[in-house]
Write a protein that binds this ligand. Structure first.
Ligand code: NAG
Ligand code: NAG
Ligand code: NAG
Length: 724
């Protein structure tokens, strides 16, 4: 029993992920069924319709799409189960993999060249399907291309590079067991009064801090007590860090500097609904949902093609990036043509440096995509709570460490959102004698995933609007990484730098930043685009010209080379950032474009020479523009784990290549500074930030004049059966 409890606890981290490898066809999360849905009595025929639950979507969350016969339909569609199996069998008989144990760190589509994809038309045969593979064999990383038609395997020359591939989920899991192979580790745990059966351990990437860490793949393991709470994160065994060799799974070193720091109490840390005592003071809200009497307005065709309103785009799950949007086009209301907006967009890298330079904390400088796999950490979404009832769910098809396919069910959801906002409006004052009130509700289409990278949860939304705007939003929730302390009250440490906030007795929430860097290959009406800074400048009037002394004027400057497009935002030097097609003009002569519209964000203030910041140099600016290069996809480099920072967006951009009227890629970094506060304990209410891609002289005029307003007839009211 004790052994079993121990196993359970050690497996806690990523247990969901791991379990799914083996059970994808058999197990399923408890699905809502028709009986649980509110029974509606008629105010309208729709309300009493027997098909009520299914008219809400063509697909219920209980649906189990059988992926075994999936086929790709677009050159950028992800590898299917069949294709991953094929790649696996080709690799299994390859000499490199025959003699030695190996681990597959990536097995995804190797995309055809962009020129080939752009020439491809619906109905054409697909370009040859290939797998891009990163594998480790005998302590070496290999990059391979597997041609799925010819079975040809090409081992690619990667040149010298410092880092290692994304960890596999299996490795992260194995690493958490390694400390238990050490007697002295066991002893120190017991000495602190913790039963080994109450341990929960986390695999923490080590960053990179110099020569002592060279030539082997390392990970640091830190542990928590899960006694009396599901929220073990709030019970750190402070100062205990086990350095582990990730290849040999051996303990290299144990650093034990927190022996006198108590384990914070378990009381009030559990966040589960079932663990909350009844609260007689709080008045809870009534249930709420969106109703779509005529069903949703979007369709998902050929597995990944989304059509909604005037938009068409492809959406796919990716093990490293999470959500990938490709081939996004919008229909022009005047010509009826589908016009290119985005070739490809995704989360390229994350950077999360903690602001505590002490022994057990300095290395916490996570890069969640390149180290942990942002998509690998995206868990199955919870119907009705992660996404509303009208949501459609999409599964991720990924390869496990042995190269065999597995499914991440319900990894992405897609739904129409109506938050009661207004798309556009105007009402005439009675003084005009005109009776006009014209209002359009704003309905948007959201593609969402939520990654739980150990303690933290990132919610990523791509929100499409009918007016052409795309809002990219990141929400942060989940649980803080906290530090144990002997302090129980702020009156005990006047003046001392705690590196954070005392959140509860013996618990410090450590200050940290989050940066999320997006890759945006914009193709505005074609690939050759320019980046234009439209700078607002104060212009003084000349003497006697006007009663005004100053005004603002817009000064356009086309960025000729990469360095001219490295942008640090400033409130007092404002610009708009346009991506335009200089060869396509509107009726009145403006170049068609989309602008990148920043909103609340944070700039990185670390020293440029700080080792984490060298690796995270892609956060040195909020905006960068590079010429399209299929090798420059991951802002922190292809091999991020323990990298030194020699292959980042900063290095590429500093080549200062020409970017005017060329196929360009825009990079935008969304940032958050986080000084924790008591409301973040024991779990954080979601904090969100976003930026927009917004049409600028792209359409001839407001593109949504012909979308109708809502009427009461369109939206019948249902009332619960009990009171009917
Ligand atoms: C893709 O482009 C690269 C570089 O531009 C070239 O070396 C390669 O041959 C191309 N591949 C195909 C299949 O056209
Ligand atoms: C440490 O404790 C675990 C759990 O009780 C046990 O399985 C393991 O063998 C112990 N390690 C050593 C080296 O004794
Ligand atoms: C494309 O990117 C790779 C990796 O950064 C670089 O080695 C190569 O020189 C780039 N090619 C061009 C034309 O910039």
């Amino acid at each position: 029993m004790a052994a079993r409890r121990y196993l359970l606890s050690s497996f806690l981290f990523l247990t969901t992920a791991f379990a799914l490898f083996f059970t994808w066809l058999h197990l399923s999360p408890p699905p809502p069924n028709a009986a649980e849905l509110l029974d509606c009595a008629a105010y309208s025929p729709w309300c009493s319709s027997k098909s009520y639950p299914t008219t809400l979507g063509r697909q219920s969350p209980t649906r189990r799409h059988d992926h075994s016969s999936d086929t790709p339909h677009h050159p950028l569609d992800p590898l299917t189960v069949t294709e991953i199996n094929k790649a696996h069998s080709i690799l299994s008989s390859h000499p490199l993999f025959k003699s030695s144990p190996f681990s597959i760190h990536s097995l995804v589509l190797e995309e055809p060249n962009k020129s080939i994809v752009l020439k491809w038309k619906i109905g054409d045969p697909l370009p040859p399907r290939k797998a891009f593979v990163i594998a480790r064999v005998n302590g070496n990383s290999h990059v391979l291309t597997v041609d799925l038609t010819t079975a040809n395997v090409v081992i690619r020359e990667t040149g010298p590079h410092s880092g290692y591939p994304v960890m596999t989920v299996e490795e992260m899991n194995s690493a958490t067991f390694v400390p238990l192979t050490s007697e002295s580790f066991n002893q120190t745990i017991l000495n602190r009064g913790i039963a080994l059966s109450d341990l929960a351990c986390l695999p923490i990437s080590t960053g990179w801090f110099g020569a002592a860490e060279e030539n082997r793949r390392l990970i640091k393991v830190q542990c928590y007590s899960m006694k009396d709470t599901a929220n073990f994160y709030m019970r750190p065994i402070e100062g205990l860090t086990v350095l582990v060799d990730l290849d040999s799974l051996e303990v290299i070193e144990i650093s034990d500097k927190g022996k006198n720091i108590p384990i914070p109490k378990a009381a009030n840390t559990d966040y589960r609904y079932s663990a909350q005592p009844p609260n007689k003071v709080m008045k809870v809200l009534n249930p709420i949902s969106i109703e779509q009497p005529k069903g949703p307005s979007f369709t998902v065709e050929e597995n990944y093609l989304v059509k909604w309103g005037n938009w068409e785009f492809h959406l796919k799950p990716d093990p490293r990036a999470g959500i990938v949007i490709y081939g996004a086009k919008i229909r022009d209301p005047e010509t009826g043509d589908l016009r290119d907006v985005i070739y490809k967009g995704y989360t390229s890298e994350l950077f999360v440096p903690y602001m505590d330079p002490t022994d057990a904390w300095y290395f916490k400088t996570y890069m969640d995509a390149g180290e942990y796999g942002f998509g690998l950490q995206a868990m199955s979404l919870d119907p009705l709570n992660d996404c509303p009832r009208n949501a459609y769910y999409m599964d991720g098809v990924f390869a496990a460490v042995d190269g065999k396919p597995y499914l991440r069910r319900n990894m992405i959801c897609l739904f129409e959102s109506y938050a009661g906002d207004i798309g556009w409006r105007h009402a005439e004052s009675p003084i005009t004698g005109m009776d006009i009130t014209e209002v359009r509700p704003k309905v948007t289409l959201v593609a969402r995933m939520a990654a739980s990278v150990a303690n933290y949860d990132y919610i990523v939304d791509w929100e499409f609007q009918t007016d052409g705007l795309i809002r990219i939003k990141v929400g942060l929730s989940g649980i803080l990484m906290v530090k144990g302390t002997s302090y129980e009250n702020t009156n005990q440490f006047a003046g001392e730098d705690l590196h954070g906030t005392l959140l509860s007795e013996n618990v410090i929430g450590v200050i940290h930043d989050h940066y999320i860097t997006f890759y945006l290959d914009m193709d505005i009406d074609g690939s050759d685009n320019s980046f234009v800074k439209v700078n607002l400048q104060r212009q003084r009037t000349s003497k006697g010209e006007s009663p005004r002394k100053s005004y603002l004027k817009a000064v356009r400057k086309v960025a000729k080379t990469e360095k001219e497009a490295q942008v640090k935002l400033s409130l007092y030097d404002p610009s708009e950032f346009h991506v335009v097609n200089p060869s396509v003009k509107t009726r009145v002569g403006n170049p068609v474009g989309y602008k990148v519209v920043p909103a609340a964000t944070a700039g990185n203030l670390l020293d440029l020479d700080d080792p984490p910041q060298r690796r995270g140099a892609f956060t040195n600016n909020q905006i960068w523009v590079t010429p399209y290069n299929r090798s420059e996809e991951w802002a922190g480099g292809q091999f991020v784990y323990q990298s030194h920072g020699e292959d980042t967006l900063q290095t590429w951009s500093d080549r200062d290549r020409e970017i005017e009227n060329k196929d360009i890629v825009v990079w935008y970094t969304l940032g958050f500074h986080h000084i924790p506060c008591q409301e973040d304990f024991p779990i954080m209410p979601t904090v969100s930030a976003s930026f927009d891609l917004k049409p600028v002289n792209f359409f001839e005029s407001n593109p949504i004049l012909s979308f109708p307003p809502n009427t009461f007839e369109d939206l019948p009211v249902c009332k619960p059966a009990a009171s009917a």
